[in-house]
Each structure stands twice: as structure tokens, then as C-alpha cells.
Design a protein around this ligand. Sequence first.
Ligand SMILES: *Cc1c(COP(=O)(O)O)cnc(C)c1O
Length: 342
Amino acid sequence: MKYIDLRSDTVTAPTDKMREVMFKAVVGDDVYDDDPTMKELEAFAAKLVNKEAAIFVPSGTFGNQLSLFTHCNRGDEVILGEDCHIVMHEVGASSVIAGVQLRTLRSNKGELNPENIKSKIRSGEDDIHFPSTGLICLENAHSNGRVIPLSNMREIYTIAKENNIPVHLDGARLFNAASYLNIDVKELTRNCDSVMFCLSKGLCAPVGSILAGTNDFIKKAKKKRKLMGGGLRQAGFLAAAGLVALKDMRENLTNDHENALFLGTELSKIPGIKVRQDDIHINMVFFSIKDTPLKSDVIVSALLEKGIKINGEEDGEMRFVTNYWVKKEDVMYVVKCLKDLL
Ligand SMILES: *Cc1c(COP(=O)(O)O)cnc(C)c1O
């Protein structure tokens, strides 16, 4: 049975073209630096985001944590938003792997206040009690579905550079953000020293993310990736799909965004459903069902019987995510099923 899967864009299976190139990929042992397809992907990815070098990692979480581990010393403080993925959804890894302290700041729908960041920067040399700020992390697109304005990133990056502190961008959905802002992705990545982006979300690659930065940073990261168990052997099979993701699949993201807007508009017509319509910047629709007669687990199982996979509520909200394999007709079918049910 074919399901319509709105749980996430991570559920995207690879395209036929990806399966073909994976089958035919020329591979080698990437730990011996012997995999030509991986080298091609890493060079292509670095160029795309205008960084000197890039490295393939098994997941977005791996890439973020590798970045913290590479930028920081143990005991350093990392300044970031209270609601960002690194804080909320990475299993507390920052304390286990990099051994850093997270200094979380209040965020305004994902946006951090530059002056607030400035006031939190400190140096261990100023006072025997202080840790040193080792890194500032930004997230764009944000996992709350919104895209952070370029001007905000720029202001924060300027402050970071004045204080000689590196900035890492969690760009799991970097290309969604660029597509929403209708700018080249380089405009976003010029405001950070390192960036992570996922191949495995809306871009449909089966596995993998990229971490990009300076040559020196990536060289250090490569050793730490090995320590973390991320030295992969014939990884060119994955790189082959990753190249298709970066070359062919970025353009489709605007379709995902249009489908999400349409889904949001139609859902908001169902009595009791409250959609955060203004927050639909990319492929995610957040809404509340608390004024409907049904609980989320009932909706989840009823829709599953109709061939639709969704997640239950998190923090009192439902989230539907559109992706390459969800077409406009599928969106209409989902809305119809939900309408009938309620
Ligand atoms: C998905 C996501 C990640 C982590 O990616 P995984 O591949 O699931 O580990 C990191 N940051 C953000 C903002 C994400 O949405």
C-alpha cells in the first residue's frame, strides 16, 4: 500500500534517478580518501555554499555535533536559541561529545536578538569564574517552520566577528530558506563560518548531511568524525544520491512550499482547526486541534486507515510536512479525509 506520509520530509524515499546512480557509482574506501564519488560530492557541496571545503556526515545531528566538537574546547559556552534543534532534539549530545555548556537565549519565533547575544559573550580570561564563549549557533530555516531574515543573520555575524567568535549555521533546511527568500544560498552562508545542511530531508537522498567550512576546520573535523565513528568506507553509493539531491532536487522545494500553503489554507476552513498560517514559510504546517471534538491519537489512527501517516501532537500542536512524494491531489485527499472525520 502506498501511504501519503506527512510526518516529516525525512521520510522521502530516493528517486529513480538516485537509485540508478547509486547502482552504477564508482566507489572506494573513503577513510583512505579513495572514493571519487564522495570527493565529487564534497567539492560540489563546498562550492554551492561558497566554503573552502566540506565533509559528508551520516546525519544532521552528527554534523551539528561535529561542528560544536570542532569549534569548541571542553567547558566552552555556546550561545544559541532556547528552541533550536541542537537544544531540543539532539539528545543532549553537546554535553556528551563536545563537553560544552549551552547558553540558551529567548528566541522570538526563532529569531535571536543581536544585542542580547552581544551582552552574553564572555571570555574566560576576564574572570576566573567565567567560561569562554566558543561558538554562536543560528538555525535557518528554523524547525518551527519559519525563515529567519537575512538582516538578522547579518547583524549577529557582525557582532560575532567583532568578538572573534565563530558562527555555526544549522541549515538542515538551508535550501528551503534560500528558496523562500528567493536568494542564492551563498547570501545565507556568508553569515556563518560553518554550515550543516541535510541531503536526506526535502532533497530526497536516502542518507546524509554535509558540514562545510574552511580547509583548516574541515581537516580537524575529519579526524573528529573518525573519533565519532563517522568514517565511512564505500560511502560513494550515498554520495551519488547526494549529488542528484543537490543538482536536481533543490528546485522542487518551491512546490513543497506551495503545497504547504495550500494545505494550511484548506485546513483552516475546517471548523475547530487553527492554523498558524503566517508561519508557513517552507514545507511545514503547524495547527491546533484543541477546539475539535477529537484527540490527536484518534485522528492519527483514523487517517492511517485511509492511507495517511501523520504524527500526534507535540507541545499541543500538530505538524504536517509536505515533501516531494506528496502531490497536490494528495493534499486535497488529506483535507477531505480530515473534514469527513471531524
Ligand atoms: C532535522 C534537523 C536536524 C537533524 O537532522 P537528522 O538528520 O535528523 O539528525 C538538525 N537541525 C534541524 C533544524 C533539523 O530540522
